[in-house]
Design a protein around this ligand. Sequence first.
Ligand SMILES: *[C@@H]1O[C@H](CO)[C@@H](O)[C@H](O)[C@H]1NC(C)=O
Ligand SMILES: *[C@@H]1O[C@H](CO)[C@@H](O)[C@H](O)[C@H]1NC(C)=O
Length: 199
Amino acid sequence: MAKLYAKRPKGTNPLIWIVAIVCAILAIAVIVTGIVVFAIYVIYQPKMPYIKVAYAHLDQLGYEPSGMLEIRMALKVVAENDNKKAVASFSDATFVLRFHGIDVAVLQTDPFDVAKNSSAELDYLFQSSPIPLDKEGMEAMRVALNRGVVPFDFGGHARTRWRVGIFFSVRFWARIACQLNFVYRNGSTVDLDCGSKSR
Ligand SMILES: *[C@@H]1O[C@H](CO)[C@@H](O)[C@H](O)[C@H]1NC(C)=O
Ligand SMILES: *[C@@H]1O[C@H](CO)[C@@H](O)[C@H](O)[C@H]1NC(C)=O
């Protein structure tokens, strides 16, 4: 018995075989995943969800010549999902409103989903605390009030991805950065055009 055993020809180490089989399975898995992802793109043609400012209104602007600014504003941000077959999810939505580089308000929203071919509205109504403007900010506010149009910078981002069944895209940042111009007399915006979609 012992002799017979010793005569066995030297073959490939079983460990090598196991490694080879595992590698083959992994390679097949990668190919199958690739085909499935490609099929989802062809069949569902998912579009990236995006965010935009749908409405903004400066309800109140209190400004003292000492440089103290206080505002009340209503903002409606819309998260759009144009996909007819994919659900979109949004997370880490954070927006900042600034006047001349000075933070006026920070707006944050918990993660949420947007159904197929649908949109979600994020309504913000906020009252800032009195914010001291610096010298340049005071000069910018003086010019703005003379013109009757007050500009604020609105910026922010949300992480978003679409989902089809158990498959989902990687998360990517939808970023938004624009200037919101308000008519001082009535608080309306001028030429509102503010979205994360690249055009
Ligand atoms: C998607 O929404 C639009 C308008 O909201 C509607 O006209 C259209 O029929 C919808 N399509 C599907 C496939 O639900
Ligand atoms: C606000 O004032 C601007 C400029 O005077 C005007 O164009 C706009 O229609 C007004 N908006 C409303 C809602 O009255």
